[in-house]
Each structure stands twice: as structure tokens, then as C-alpha cells.
Design a protein around this ligand. Structure first.
Ligand code: PMP
Length: 410
């Protein structure tokens, strides 16, 4: 391992106990913890540069503008966009998807058109298109996963000449599968559709290059990649964003305002109405610096080691059913599982007694879980700071869960 120091020490929140046990955080897919470097960057901004960006010519406003816009450049370079005009700050990935729905899809789709998504979408990337379909008269068509939770390439044939928009997750927040988004994008473009990729679960785990992918839109949230909550990103191709109407109206997104008419600001500002979550944006910049420091090489190596170990140990338990691919190829560090005869909320609450935090429920993907006939499950998700000992604690305490519920560990 090329890791030179223990990155775990960067996360002050991990130095505490819950219920008298050392905390074991296995829920990074819900929200990631913040390293000290990110917290320090926010504090430094508030100590030295807080002002309202783009709104004043005094020192603090200009420092705030510099801080805010420098993060836009960091994001551009982080995802390989061609121009900062293509980087729009939003509140989160959900808002970024809704921006595309309102400003692009509701304007362009009509009865008879088709929107194609996968059954594995998070509600943010599913309900939004379902509602767009209802409002426009377009059909919503699903590409289904196989029993292992992978997207068979044959499903891509559903992207046909009627398809105007395709929305697909880069990595499933339930199955852990990494989807063949390059092929989805290629197929979408063959039929002239626009393609949106939901990168909420991908950007903190693998390098993403939107220019190489050639997607039309790419969305993600900062809080799943070590920044504060309250900031997300919409990447959109400049020529498409240029033609889109603003999503929200107000300050900073305008050029001239008259009593009856308004002309709008240029990209990217025409999509950023009102005062933004500046500290959150600053924290996103620091999170990108931090990811560069750790490197995706180390992240991948560590996460795969943990995932391989967890899959192996979990499968030693006869009462565990993994929901998602079991082979390491094309999967990330998210493992959903069912504990036979125990409700996931009981699993989560009992594990919490031992300091282990996992997610329980439908994971904002009800149609997927219904399709997989699972309905509800538990999920452990890892970051590079987790350890094999923590996975041992998860597995050992799953035996305790079964005992608490009155079953043996067999
Ligand atoms: N897409 C995926 C795949 C997700 O995992 C999530 C968050 N769980 C979202 C979208 C929505 O992210 P946010 O709530 O930050 O908007």
C-alpha cells in the first residue's frame, strides 16, 4: 500500500464512543465524515474571507468571490469538464437532477417521447423522471438488472429512437454495482437522446472524466465526498446549458432587470439564483484537495480490500443474503444484505448498541427493492479509513443480532 500515513487520524468524529463502544462508521454511502482539513478550510474562510460573492467591491466580498470561484475551477478540473461555465453549484444531487428536469426535460419532452432509466435509480433520479413523464405525456421505460444486480447490456436496446432522455446511476447506492455508463451514453447518443449520469455514489471512489464519458449531464453531492452538506454539482455541456432557461429566479442570475423584462446572466451564474451555501462550496474545494492528497489509487486499493474481506466474512454466515454482485469486478464499497428472519431496523438498532452504524430500510430505492423481492435490507458502506477489525466487529455482532432475536448463529 502506497499510503504513507494513517488517514483515519484526519477524522475527529471517529474518536468517540457510542453506548460505551468505540464508534464504527459503516454508513459513508449515506453521508461521508469530514476530515479535519475540510473543517479547517471552512473555519479559515469564516475567519478571513466571509462576504457575499459577486456582490461587492470591498475586500471581503472579493475574497469570498475568489474562494467561491476557485472551487468552481477545482470542480472543473476534478471531473474533467472543459469550462467552468459547465459547473453549476446546487444544494445537492437531487436539486441538480431537478434543475435538468425543469429547465431541460419539461421544455423539450412531448407525448410519445421516451425517458429511459434503470430500476436501480435512487428516488432522486426516478421520481423526478416519473413526474416529468406524467407532466409531458412521455413514457417512462425501465432497464432492469439481473438477479446479481448488474445491468445486462441487452437492456440498452430499450434506448430506442423515441428516447429523448436517459438517466442512469454511475454506481448503485444499494447494489454497489458500477453501471456501464460509457455504453449507456454511447447508446443514448446513437439515438439522439441526452444522457444524465447520477454520480452521487461514484465521485468519491473513482476518477471521473465527464469529457471522456461524453455525458450531457453529470450530478453529485458534496456530502458524499467529504464536504459539508448543502452543496451539489450539476455538470452540463455548455452548448446545452446555454439554451436552457433558468431554474430559479432572483439575485445574481440576472443581467438587467426592468419593470416588465429581465435579461439573464451568463453561464454558470444564470442557474445560481440567490446567495449560495458558500461555506459548503469552500468545503467542497477542500474535500477535492483532500481526495487528491489521499489519491484514488489508495482509495480504490483500500476500499476493494475491505469489500473483498467483508463479502467473504458475511458469506460465512449462513443466515446472510447479499443483495448485489458478489464478485469484486465492477462493484464498489457498498454491501446490502438481508439477515434472515430479522427486520433491518432491528439489525441496525442492535448493531448500534455495539457501536456499529449501518443503514436500514429501502435506501430511497423502493422500486429496485420491490423488483429484487427484498423490500427492505441492511447496508454497510465503507470509506478508505475503515479497517478489517471494524468489519470483524460487524460480522461478530451480526451473530449477536441473531442471538438477541432468539435465533442461533446458524
Ligand atoms: N443518487 C444516489 C445514487 C444517491 O445515493 C443519493 C443519496 N443517497 C442521491 C442520488 C441523492 O443525494 P442527495 O440526497 O445528496 O441529493
Amino acid at each position: 500500500m502506497s499510503n504513507l500515513r494513517d488517514f483515519r487520524e484526519d477524522f475527529p468524529i471517529l474518536n468517540q464512543e457510542v453506548h460505551g463502544r468505540k464508534i464504527i462508521y459503516l454508513d459513508s454511502a449515506a453521508t461521508s465524515q469530514r476530515p479535519q482539513q475540510v473543517l479547517d478550510a471552512v473555519m479559515k474562510y469564516d475567519h478571513e474571507a466571509n462576504g457575499n460573492p459577486h456582490r461587492g467591491s470591498h475586500a471581503l466580498s472579493m475574497r469570498a468571490t475568489e474562494a467561491f470561484e476557485s472551487v468552481r475551477e477545482k470542480v472543473r478540473s476534478f471531473i474533467g469538464a472543459r469550462s467552468t461555465k459547465e459547473i453549476i453549484f446546487t444544494k445537492n444531487a437531487t436539486e441538480a437532477i431537478n434543475l435538468v428536469a425543469y429547465s431541460y426535460a419539461l421544455e423539450h419532452l412531448k407525448p410519445g417521447d421516451q425517458i429511459v432509466i434503470t430500476i436501480a435509480e435512487h428516488h432522486a433520479n426516478l421520481v423526478t423522471w416519473q413526474q416529468v413523464a406524467k407532466k409531458t405525456g412521455a413514457h417512462l421505460v425501465y432497464m432492469y438488472v439481473d438477479p446479481e444486480g448488474r445491468l445486462p447490456l441487452g437492456e440498452l436496446q430499450k434506448i430506442d429512437q423515441k428516447t429523448k432522455l436517459v438517466a442512469c446511476t454511475h454506481m448503485s447506492n444499494v447494489l454497489g454495482s458500477i453501471f456501464p455508463v460509457d455504453k449507456v451514453i454511447q447508446r443514448g447518443h446513437e439515438v439522439g437522446a441526452k444522457v444524465l449520469i447520477d454520480g452521487a455514489q461514484a465521485v468519491a471512489h473513482m476518477p471521473v472524466d465527464v469529457a471522456e464519458l461524453d455525458c450531457d449531464f453529470y450530478v453529485f453531492s458534496g456530502h458524499k465526498m467529504f464536504s459539508l452538506t448543502g452543496v451539489g454539482v450539476l455538470y452540463g455541456k455548455e452548448e446545452i446549458l446555454e439554451k436552457m432557461e433558468p431554474f430559479l429566479y432572483g439575485g445574481d442570475m440576472i443581467e438587467y432587470v426592468y419593470e416588465e423584462e429581465t435579461s439573464f446572466n451568463e453561464l454558470p451564474f444564470k442557474f445560481e439564483a440567490g446567495t449560495q451555501g458558500i461555506e459548503s462550496v469552500v468545503s467542497l474545494g477542500a474535500a477535492i484537495d483532500y481526495l487528491h492528497e489521499v489519491t484514488f489509487e489508495v482509495i480504490h486499493e483500500k476500499e476493494m480490500e475491505l469489500t473483498e474481506y467483508a463479502l467473504r466474512r458475511l458469506q460465512e454466515l449462513p443466515y446472510i443474503r447479499i443483495v448485489g454482485p458478489k464478485d469484486l469486478n465492477l462493484r464498489g464499497a457498498v454491501i446490502s444484505f438481508v439477515v434472515e428472519d430479522v427486520h433491518p431496523h432491528d439489525v441496525s438498532m442492535i448493531l448500534d448498541n455495539y457501536g456499529v452504524g449501518v443503514r436500514a430500510g429501502h435506501h430511497c430505492a423502493q422500486p429496485l427493492l420491490r423488483f429484487m423481492e427484498v423490500y427492505t435490507c441492511s447496508r454497510a458502506s465503507f470509506a478508505f479509513f475503515n479497517t478489517k477489525e471494524e468489519i470483524d466487529a460487524l460480522v461478530d455482532n451480526l451473530n449477536e443480532v441473531r442471538r438477541w432475536m432468539g435465533y442461533g448463529s446458524k
